[in-house]
Design a protein. Structure first.
Length: 269
């Protein structure tokens, strides 16, 4: 079976703790509660995680979370499986988002941006895990040559056009602009992200932090109508994930539209 544990979501800590005074109870909870009461370590094959939560709200874990999770996994000999389907292939300014925390997982799952639109997924793992007897695992469409050629072209383009550097540069600027917006707006509760994987969480007001999904959806729709393609995730988070080769000129144009829309929606509350 599968046991789910809360994601380390500091803005809305499921354990009602405050970082850093929490001392990473989100990791200790796995060790002291889940592994001791529900899933004995010897029966656990792996811990599967997203380095930055995707559909759940573009949530970035606190700084030492993955180092502590890795230490816990090593303690019991449990594999770490890193789901990089949304966050990988340059999206955060690194080839894989987990690199931001200097942690090496046992298995990485990649897809989506890997072949830039063509269907391709990859399971990347250490040799001791992937060294199977020939024929023990097969897939009808595995190794599709067209998709593989596309993936090689994507990797080459990211290298040659220095798109990792651009994602970091533009992402840092976007976060700065959105933090400035947060300081002026009562409905922008949290701004978070790495590189060009940025989330803006909307609330009814900063004191209550009550999620504002209607406001988030309204901001999304008005932005769309003015030429900025954004979508929501989580309960009330707007995700900003432009192309890795976006220019500062386009970043400014897009942010100005989003800022104007946020101000409009806030005035209407």
């Amino acid at each position: 079976g599968v046991n789910h544990v809360p994601y380390p979501y500091c803005y809305r800590c499921p354990f009602k703790q405050t970082y850093p005074d929490c001392h990473y109870w989100c990791v200790d909870f796995i060790d002291e509660f889940v592994l001791q009461k529900y899933a004995p370590p010897e029966d656990v094959a792996a811990i599967v995680f997203e380095p930055i939560q995707g559909e759940g709200g573009y949530v970035v874990p606190p700084p030492e979370y993955f180092q502590r999770l890795k230490k816990l996994a090593d303690k019991y000999g449990i594999l770490l499986i890193d789901d990089e389907v949304q966050s990988g292939i340059g999206r955060t300014g690194k080839w894989f988002a987990i690199e931001h925390w200097n942690v090496e997982p046992d298995i990485i799952c990649s897809a989506k941006a890997l072949a830039s639109g063509l269907p391709l997924g990859a399971t990347i793992a250490k040799a001791k895990i992937m060294d199977w007897v020939g024929g023990s695992h097969a897939s009808t469409f595995g190794g599709n040559p067209l998709s593989c050629v596309a993936a090689i072209a994507v990797i080459d383009a990211i290298k040659e056009e220095r798109l990792l550097e651009n994602a970091t540069k533009q992402g840092t600027y976007i976060l700065k602009r959105l933090e400035e917006l947060k300081e002026k707006s009562e409905i922008v509760g949290d701004v978070r992200g790495k590189g060009l994987m940025v989330g803006v969480e909307f609330v009814e007001d900063k004191d209550s932090k009550k999620p504002a999904p209607q406001k988030a959806n309204e901001i999304m729709m008005r932005s769309w109508k003015r030429g900025v393609a954004v979508i929501t995730c989580g309960i009330s988070t707007l995700r900003i994930m432009p192309p890795l080769n976006i220019t500062r000129e386009l970043v400014d144009a897009g942010l100005e539209i989003i800022e104007d829309v946020v101000k409009e929606v806030e005035k209407e509350k």
